[in-house]
Design a protein around this ligand. Structure first.
Ligand code: NDP
Ligand code: OXD
Length: 314
C-alpha cells in the first residue's frame, strides 16, 4: 500500500503546496489534509505536524511515525494523550544549521554593535557617536548545546574568528572550539562567555536554565541569544538582569507562549530584540523532500538518523 501522510503544518491553505512538493519528491506518497485524516483515518501511516491538537495523533490507528515540522519535538510531546511508544522523527534539513549559524552571527554582531541602541537614537533623531566595541577576535561566544545545530554554529563562528566554547551533556570534541560538558563545567563555561547562545532542546533538565543564577556567572555586560525554546528562559530574571546592567542586551527568537502576547513586557524593553521564531525554518519543498526520505527509510525498515530518544528526553 502506498504511504499516506496527514499534514497539519501551515494549515489547510498550505496543503496544495505540500502536495506539489511531495509529488515531486516521491509521487507514491499520498498527502491527506488534517481534517480529512480525522474524518477518514484508515491507512494513514505518517503525520507531518507542528503542535497538533491533543488527541489527534492518538486518533490515527495506523500511524507508524510522526515527523516533526521542525527540529524540536516539545510541541508534539505537549499532547497529554500522545501514544507512549509512537516514534517521532526530528526535521533537520541541509539548510537548518546553515540558517541558524547566520541568525546567530547576525544577533551576535547586533549585540556587539548595539544596533538596537542606534535604532533608538535614530527614532529620537539623536546623534550619539561611539568608540569601536570589542571586535570578533576579542569576543567570546558560549554555545549551550552542541548537537545538530549548536555544533555547526560553533564551527562557523570559530571559522569567522570568534573565540568559541560549547557546552553539552556528554563530552565531545570539535576543532577550534573549547568543548565543556556537564553541570560541573557550567560555571567555567559561563565565566568565559561574552555572548551566550542557547541551542538546547526543551527537557526537564534544561527548563529555566537561563535564570538569574546563570546570568550572574557571566561577565558583567554579557549578551544573550535564545534560539532554543521559550521554556529555557525565566523572563522575569532576564528583565531584572538587563535592568541591573548584568546583561547588556538579548535577542530572543523563541517564547513560552507563541505568538508572544501583545501585553508581554519583552516587546518594549529597550535591551531586547524580538524575532518571531524564524531563526531557521526551511521552506516546504526542502521539508517535503526530507520527509519523503524519512518515509522511504522507514518503509525499508531502516531507522532514520534523528529519532527522538524518550530516555534522553531529546
Ligand atoms: P540536538 O538534540 O541535536 O542537540 C542537543 C544538544 O543539547 C546536544 O549537544 C546535547 O548534549 C545538549 N544537551 C541536551 N540536554 C542537555 C543538558 N541537560 N545539559 C547540557 N547539554 C544538554 O538538537 P538540535 O541541535 O537539532 O536542536 C536544538 C534545539 O534548537 C531544538 O530542540 C529546538 O528547540 C531549537 N531549534 C530552534 C529553531 C528556531 O528557529 N529558533 C530551529 C530549530 C531548532 P549531548 O551532545 O551530550 O547529547
Ligand atoms: C524548531 C524549528 O524546532 O523551527 O524550532 O525547527
Amino acid at each position: 500500500m502506498a504511504p499516506r501522510i496527514a499534514i497539519n503544518s501551515g494549515g489547510p491553505q498550505a496543503l496544495d503546496e505540500w502536495r506539489a512538493h511531495f509529488h515531486e519528491a516521491d509521487p507514491t506518497i499520498e498527502v491527506v489534509g488534517w481534517d480529512a485524516a480525522h474524518a477518514d483515518p484508515a491507512g494513514i501511516g505518517y503525520a507531518l505536524v507542528w503542535a497538533p491538537e491533543a488527541g489527534r495523533l492518538a486518533a490515527l490507528p495506523d500511524l507508524k511515525l510522526v515527523i516533526s515540522a521542525g527540529a524540536g519535538v516539545d510541541h508534539i510531546l505537549a499532547d497529554p494523550v500522545l501514544p507512549a511508544t509512537l516514534p517521532i522523527a526530528r526535521m533537520v534539513t541541509d539548510s537548518t544549521a546553515v540558517a541558524m549559524a547566520e541568525y546567530v552571527l547576525t544577533a551576535a554582531l547586533a549585540l556587539m554593535r548595539d544596533v538596537r541602541g542606534m535604532y533608538a537614537d535614530q527614532a529620537e533623531r539623536r546623534w550619539r557617536t561611539r568608540d569601536n566595541p570589542p571586535g570578533i577576535g576579542q569576543t567570546r561566544i558560549g554555545i549551550m548545546g552542541l548537537g545538530q545545530l549548536g555544533a555547526h554554529v560553533a564551527h562557523r563562528l570559530a571559522q569567522i574568528g570568534f573565540d568559541v566554547a560549547g557546552w553539552s551533556r556528554s563530552p565531545t570534541d570539535l576543532p577550534n572550539v573549547t568543548c565543556m560538558a556537564g553541570q560541573a563545567a557550567l560555571p567555567a563555561f559561563l565565566a568565559r562567555t561574552d555572548i551566550l547562545v542557547c541551542l538546547l532542546p526543551a527537557t526537564e533538565a534544561t527548563r529555566g536554565i537561563l535564570s538569574t543564577e546563570t546570568f550572574a556567572r557571566l561577565p558583567r555586560g554579557a549578551g544573550l541569544v535564545n534560539v532554543g525554546r521559550g521554556s529555557h528562559l525565566v523572563e522575569a530574571d532576564l528583565l531584572a538582569a538587563l535592568d541591573a546592567g548584568q546583561l547588556k542586551g538579548a535577542v530572543l527568537d523563541v517564547f513560552d507562549v507563541e505568538p508572544l502576547p501583545a501585553q508581554s513586557a519583552l516587546w518594549t524593553h529597550p535591551g531586547i530584540t524580538i524575532t518571531p521564531h524564524c531563526a531557521a525554518t526551511p521552506d516546504r519543498r526542502e521539508r517535503a523532500y526530507k520527509a519523503a526520505d524519512i518515509i522511504a527509510r522507514w518503509e525499508r525498515g531502516e531507522r532514520p538518523d534523528l529519532i527522538y530518544d524518550r530516555q534522553r528526553g531529546y
